[in-house]
Design a protein around this ligand. Structure first.
Ligand code: OFO
Length: 164
């Protein structure tokens, strides 16, 4: 049985995941405007994954006979200052989500809620992967600087995400 504290924090996490989806979609629109279709497609796919993360928690609460409380999703940022700033923003955002996931694990541990601890393990592994993927993109963006050819090749590479 899930406690009220765990229920509340999981419902908040659903909202954070859906907000992440909104944020990635907003970035995707901006990247598309810049003509960076591969980066746009990468962030759009990420938006879809975030909604899936939210739904995963949604289903977990229902499976546990707990209740879902959907809250208002705030407006994501829509003004960005170039590709590097977008990916630095993503990295900071994902680190914030990781902290939030860790907080759920901590609360579940305090309550000896083994079911939620087991459930949240998947998200911990997912956060490691996501942070790593974004860090790699940032490293390469930093390295290539203003090299347009390198940016074009990277755009092509990111366009392949989900198609291999
Ligand atoms: Fe970006 O990750 Fe969801 O949880």
């Amino acid at each position: 049985m899930i406690s009220n504290t765990i229920n509340e924090i999981l419902n908040e996490q659903i909202n954070k995941e859906f907000y992440s989806g909104y944020l990635y979609l907003s970035m995707s629109a901006h990247l598309k405007e810049l003509g960076l279709n591969g980066f746009a497609s990468w962030t759009r796919l990420q938006a879809k994954e975030e909604v899936e993360h939210g739904l995963k928690i949604f289903d977990y609460l229902i499976d546990c006979n707990s209740f879902v409380t959907l809250k208002q999703i705030r407006t994501p940022e829509f003004e960005f200052n170039g590709i590097s700033s977008i990916f630095n923003h993503i990295y900071e955002h994902e680190k914030c989500i990781t902290r939030s996931i860790m907080e759920i694990a901590k609360k579940a541990e305090e309550e000896c809620d083994r079911t939620t601890l087991n459930f949240i393990d998947w998200f911990i592994a997912e956060q490691i992967e996501e942070e790593e993927a974004v860090k790699n993109i940032i490293k390469r963006l930093d390295m290539f600087g203003d090299d347009k050819v390198a940016l074009y090749l990277m755009d092509q590479e990111l366009a392949r995400r989900g198609k291999e």
